[in-house]
Ligand binder design. Structure first.
Ligand SMILES: Cc1ncc(COP(=O)(O)O)c(C=O)c1O
Length: 400
């Protein structure tokens, strides 16, 4: 694999595809779903794997993580990578661990909770299904319950979101799980304000920031939350599977990974840094994803992505006579819009349309059924251009 050198000034759009290995036959409008790893980051990960294979035992047991068994002759590689990522997300390295993905990060928090019968975990109806299931599992073990806050679907404002969550808190609520960027609706929620309301009532907050790192500027320590997890492999250009879990210092003593290993009882970094033998290269190459984004220009990248997604949302809703549910300030690199009813209103119709777009039109896009209607989550990355969304529009209109 070869890489195209990047100049310091970029023209975003299709020329940027040279930095990815995406199939040129596909119009890729779904960066948010599982990410897409830049060519250069793939090479960095391979270089790490090559280095591991030169002396696997030394790399994986003597250099990777400090779980107290050996006198280490170098800073643990996991901590060096954590420090690079921590400075990018507004955290201290000692409060941040790597996990495989946001699902794993949420599981660690939820499965570390000690609840009493009748206690509640509050989630929202815009939350990610797998995480809501993990909350159910965590609650059921203690005879506790999961309550669901209903968020508005139209006429959304930050104030209405905060009010909807606050009114669902009860004296039994022990933990709120809330998305930073909601998976189905793509709304960016006012998590600092939500956390302030929870703090006033003694409710802990876990933010599921699966879509946040890279897409949004992050200063985790300033959010006033208890736990924060976020994927690096979606918008932060890291290899899969790489994500972070941050915990406020006061919460770390009771927080444990889902896999208990040698570091148990030694604190957050040792507990999470060595979850048994595995390939750590995605975590260790994550700083390369951050370096790539910095070279693109973080503000320029975010501005391009936001403008593309927002302009596409405006154009399509105007044409289809539908409405964008929230103001521009509540979206980042993705905007979910409703489709006209003639394109279908059921889960089956959404699946059929998504498949037709992929297999017949060669467009990868997030068509989805959510809360009673079919919508499309428009996601933009620097390799996309307005023509991609125009192609999506034409392909959809052929079908209804
Ligand atoms: C809010 C939210 N949480 C969790 C996830 C799951 O991410 P992963 O599969 O990387 O754990 C997603 C994925 O889109 C998401 O949007």
């Amino acid at each position: 694999m070869t890489t195209t050198p990047m100049s310091t000034r970029h023209t975003f759009g299709h020329s940027m595809l040279a930095h990815w290995t995406l199939d040129p036959a596909i119009t890729y409008l779904n960066h948010g779903t599982v990410g897409a790893v830049p060519r250069r980051v793939q090479l960095a990960q391979q270089a790490i794997r090559d280095e591991i294979e030169r002396q696997p035992a030394r790399y994986l047991l003597r250099e990777l993580a400090d779980v107290g068994d050996f006198a280490m002759r170098m800073p643990p590689r996991m901590r060096t990578a954590a420090a690079a990522v921590a400075s990018f997300v507004g955290a201290r390295a000692e409060d941040l661990a790597f996990v495989d993905n946001a699902t794993t990060g949420c599981n660690a928090v939820l499965r570390s909770m000690r609840l009493a019968p009748g206690d509640e975990i509050l989630v929202t109806d815009h939350g990610y299904g797998a995480v809501t299931k993990a909350a159910r599992y965590a609650a059921e073990r203690f005879g506790a319950n999961v309550a669901v806050a209903t968020l508005p679907m139209t006429g959304v404002t930050p104030e209405r979101i905060v009010a909807a969550i606050e009114s669902a808190l009860t004296p039994r609520t022990k933990l709120l799980v809330v998305d930073h960027v909601c998976s189905p609706s793509a709304l960016v929620l006012p998590v600092a304000e939500i956390a302030a309301r929870c703090r006033a009532r003694g409710v802990a907050v876990l933010v599921d920031g699966a879509h946040a790192p890279g897409a949004l500027p992050l200063d985790i320590q300033k959010l006033g939350v208890d736990f924060y997890t976020g994927n690096l492999h979606k918008w932060a250009m890291a290899p899969r599977a790489s994500a972070i879990l941050w915990a406020a210092p006061a919460r770390q003593g009771d927080l444990h990974p889902t896999v208990i290993s040698w570091g148990y009882g030694q604190g957050m970094s040792p507990e999470f840094d060595l979850p048994g033998t595995r390939d750590p290269s995605a975590w260790l190459a994550s700083p390369d994803g951050i370096a790539f984004m910095r070279e693109l220009g973080l503000d320029a990248m975010r501005a391009w992505n936001h403008r593309l997604a927002w302009d596409a949302a405006r154009t399509l809703t105007e044409r289809w006579g539908t409405a964008i549910p929230a103001p521009e300030s509540m979206y980042g690199s993705m905007v979910t819009i409703p489709l006209p009813e003639r394109l279908g209103t059921t889960r089956e119709a959404a699946a059929k349309l998504k498949d037709a777009l992929l297999y017949d039109e060669h467009i990868e896009s997030q068509v989805q059924y959510f809360n009673g209607s079919v919508g499309v989550r428009l996601a933009a990355q620097v390799y996309n251009a307005p023509e991609d969304f125009e192609k999506l529009r034409a392909a959809m209109e052929k079908r209804g």
